[in-house]
Design a protein. Structure first.
Lengths: 203, 648
């Protein structure tokens, strides 16, 4: 994975460290935005391209773990690499449980930082791809009429046309037509693919 | 003897408490004024005399005023010996003969004293110092027929005092030669030695003996004579001497310009310019600015004179009490002054008493200027760590004996851990900035190749790797300070030894001690608490380090080994130090037994309790030289429960 202008958010209360990180990230091919506190980051407009965050664990006001929780609460998924001046076992465990990508103790090696960023961005890309796939699946499913949607739901659960007709109290012919129309609207050719689309859409 | 009978006839008047008080008070007032120096005749100093049936009187003549420490010390000793003699009144006269050597003054003073004590039946006269002894006996006895005891008289100055009938006394031999030898033993690299002395007649008495003893050093050092000079000139001449030149003096009551000096005054005047410690032969100068020497206990001189006086007061004839040599020369030194001049304890003779021994500097300031800020920070952190660690251990050791204090103790340790955490945070963030900035610079370099790049690249990688190393030190420090519950797991003893070595390495470098580690590769792990085992290794290494730190460089070596030992793993720490006396060997693992001046004696007992809790053994091995401590820990056995029972 090449950085290619991916955005790295740096959240640290130490201004010199922020400046050093910003320069380094730029030279390493990333874009960087720095924030002096968790609050500042939360108030900034959310990023829309590939991004991840380097967050100091210990900051005055809201600390790194609280920021992690807050981001999840407001549904703004950011992959986080935590930084710490003093690794505590408890804090590390908590951060990892909260879904952190990695935990680096200051001063860290350049290679471990780059490697952590790569993993964070890969996870971010994955999440973005998943999100895109879900959006696309939802858009496709939206093309169906309510009746076709119902038929697809039952198809996805493994029922045949006959069973669906019985379950819905419809004629088997009607179900067969709706089945066919739905498949062509969704652009799929088997009930298995229908099931996958529904799953992707998270419905 | 007529006057004696007469005064006995009116004892109440002479000795009753009530009538004398106004006199004493008047004298006190007189003495409190600056007139004290003009007369030099000081107060009667009566001992407790509540309603005595039978009173006797002693007069003590001191050559000098009581503000001179020598005289003060003599008087203290004398009073100790005479304190409980029933019915004795002691009158003390300070003749001030050193400052006023004029014979006319002495004659007048004699008449004055005779008049003063006309009504007092004198039973014994004590005369301190050669001039006072002469004053009391020559040209004729001051109080005819009254026994005279002289004391504080060097036998070199005693001449024929003892031949006068009715006169006895005590002489001593001032240990000048011994003091000169001691000075050279303590400063063996000195090329010169200065002898100093004052210009008063009493001072001049010592010039001969000083020169004579110093002459015996011919060939070993050049003796610089600085006798009878004004103090400003003396300081100038001393300042011109090379650093490390010992100074020896015996008497300095008055300088060449006629100014009077006491020992402490002189020491503080000389201190800024003195090229070395000032040695003397009097014990009371130690603690007042003198370095010490082979000294006489001046208080004892007074005390022994008091005892002779008692014998005479109890009826012995002065002729029956022969002149005796007294004083008990012994080496006595001021540890602070030894430290100031960098004199190691190994040069101090074993029989010497060292007062004010300075505590060994656990917290030594780094001498080398460090090239980059990161290293400076680390040094600071390390010093802080050493201090915290020592404090923590002390707290822990005390708490071991006081189970009630256990709760308070764990609180304190917890707060130290907190402190270490914020310290780590404060240091590691700038370190991270340094390392990251170095990485940035290296990237910039890559973009624009230019001459000198290789060196720049190398410097940057030093900054990066050293910054990380500094972070590593702090991480280890945290690991030691962190008080997490005792855990058990496989521990690589070689790893523990390496870590302990890394922790003491800065201290070892500072003391010039070479520490080596040899570990057999592929050792089986032992089962236990890593931090506790680290503490064992640290204790052993620090002991070994202290044992060799003061030795010559070629012996400042400590070897650490980790090797298989049957079905166990062995840790060995060997130093090239002095080793241990048999008595010390037997008590080595006893709590509170220590051979270090400021040791607490808990390091090895704690190490032993940890090792034993891990199912192992620790012992001192017989070695031809130095001390060899061995630890044997069983490999990979479950000793977790036992380890948990021990609190480090």
């Amino acid at each position: 994975v090449t950085p290619a202008g991916a955005l790295v958010l740096v959240v640290d209360d130490d201004p010199v460290f922020r400046g050093s990180m910003e320069r380094f990230l730029r030279l390493a091919g990333y874009r960087a935005r720095t924030f002096a506190s968790a609050r500042e980051m939360l108030e900034a407009p959310p990023e829309d391209g590939p991004a991840c965050a380097l967050v100091d664990l210990r900051m005055p006001g809201m600390d790194g773990l609280e920021l992690q929780r807050e981001l999840r609460r407001i549904g703004r998924p950011v992959e986080i690499v935590f930084l710490s001046g003093h690794g505590g076992v408890k804090a590390t465990a908590q951060a990892m449980k909260g879904g952190a990508v990695d935990f680096l103790e200051k001063p860290f090696e350049e290679s471990s930082l780059l490697e952590a960023l790569e993993r964070a961005l890969a996870r971010d890309a994955e999440a973005r791809a998943e999100e895109a796939a879900a959006a696309e699946a939802r858009a496709r499913l939206d093309r169906l009429s309510p009746a076709e949607r119902e038929v697809c739901r039952l198809l996805a659960s493994g029922m045949r046309n006959k069973e669906i007709a019985a379950a819905l109290g419809k004629a088997e012919g009607t179900v067969r037509v709706q089945h066919w129309t739905a498949m062509s609207k969704l652009g799929v050719s088997s009930p298995m693919e229908v099931a996958r689309l529904i799953e992707l859409a998270g419905e | 003897m007529n006057d004696r009978a007469a005064s006995r006839a009116a004892p109440g008047g002479a000795r009753g408490a009530t009538p004398r008080r106004p006199i004493a008070a008047a004298l006190g007032l007189f003495l409190a004024s600056p007139a004290i120096a003009s007369g030099g005749v000081a107060a009667a100093a009566p001992l407790p005399d509540a309603a005595l049936p039978r009173g006797r009187n002693a007069i003590v003549l001191y050559q000098d005023t009581p503000n001179i420490p020598f005289i003060y010390a003599l008087n203290e000793g004398l009073r100790r010996a005479l304190r409980d003699v029933d019915g004795l009144t002691v009158y003390t006269e300070h003749l001030d003969l050193s400052r006023f050597p004029d014979p006319g003054y002495a004659d007048g003073l004699r008449g004055w004293l005779r008049a003063k004590y006309a009504a007092v039946p004198v039973d014994v006269v004590l005369a301190a110092g050669p001039p006072a002894a002469a004053f009391a006996t020559r040209p004729e006895p001051l109080w005819p027929g009254v026994p005279v005891i002289f004391f504080a008289v060097d036998e070199r100055a005693a001449d024929d005092l003892a031949s006068v009938p009715g006169v006895t006394g005590l002489v001593h031999r001032s240990p000048i030669g011994e003091t000169l030898e001691l000075a050279l033993r303590l400063l063996p690299d000195a090329r010169r030695l200065a002898i100093i002395g004052g210009a008063a007649p009493t001072d001049r008495i010592w010039e001969g003996p000083l020169r004579e003893e110093a002459a015996k050093l011919a060939g070993r050092v050049e003796v610089v004579e600085l006798l009878g000079l004004p103090v400003p000139e003396l300081t100038e001449r001393l300042a011109a001497l090379p650093r490390g030149t010992p100074i020896v003096g015996v008497s300095f009551l008055r300088d060449g310009a006629g100014r009077t000096w006491t020992g402490p005054e002189l020491f503080s005047a000389l201190e800024p310019s003195a090229p070395g410690p000032v040695f003397s032969v009097w014990d009371f100068l130690v603690g007042r600015g003198g370095a010490g020497g082979v000294v006489l206990d001046v208080g004892r001189l007074g005390e022994e004179a008091g005892r002779v006086a008692r014998r005479i007061l109890e009826g012995e004839a002065p002729g029956a009490v022969p002149v005796r040599r007294t004083g008990d020369p012994h080496p006595l030194l001021d540890g602070r002054i030894l430290a100031r001049w960098g004199i190691p304890g190994s040069r101090v003779p074993p029989d010497a008493e060292v007062l004010f021994r300075p505590r060994p500097a656990w917290v030594e300031y780094p001498r080398t200027a460090l090239a980059i800020a990161a290293a400076l920070l680390v040094q600071g952190a390390l010093i802080a760590w050493l201090f915290l660690e020592r404090r923590r251990r002390r707290l822990a050791e005390h708490a071991a004996g006081e189970s009630q204090a256990a709760v308070a103790h764990s609180n304190r340790v917890a707060s130290l851990g907190e402190l270490a955490a914020s310290l780590a945070h404060e240091i590691n963030t700038p370190l991270a900035s340094i390392v990251v900035s170095a990485s940035s610079m290296r990237r910039l370099l890559g973009a624009r190749p230019a001459p000198g790049d290789a060196e720049l690249r190398e410097s940057l990688s030093v900054i990066e790797s050293e910054g990380r190393r500094a972070g590593e030190v702090i991480r280890r420090m945290r690991a030691v300070l962190r008080r997490e519950p005792s855990t058990s797991g496989p521990v690589d003893l070689a790893d523990v030894a390496r870590e302990a070595l890394a922790l003491v390495q800065p201290r070892a470098r500072q003391k010039g001690v070479e520490m080596t580690l040899e570990a057999t590769p592929g050792l089986p792990p032992v089962e236990g608490d890593r931090v506790q085992l680290l503490q064992v290794a640290l204790n052993l290494l620090l002991n070994a380090l202290d044992a060799v730190a003061a030795l010559p460089p070629e012996r400042r070596r400590v070897a650490v080994g980790v090797s298989p030992d049957g079905d166990a793993v062995g840790l060995l720490v060997a130093d090239a130090g002095e080793g241990l006396a048999p008595a010390a060997r037997a008590r080595l693992f006893e709590p509170f037994f220590t051979t270090k001046p400021a040791g607490l004696g808990m390091g090895l007992p704690i190490a032993r309790s940890i090792v034993e809790a891990h199912g192992g053994r620790i012992w001192l091995e017989d070695a031809p030289a130095g001390a060899v401590l061995r630890v044997r820990l069983p490999a990979g056995r479950a000793v977790a429960a036992a380890a948990r029972a021990v609190a480090p």
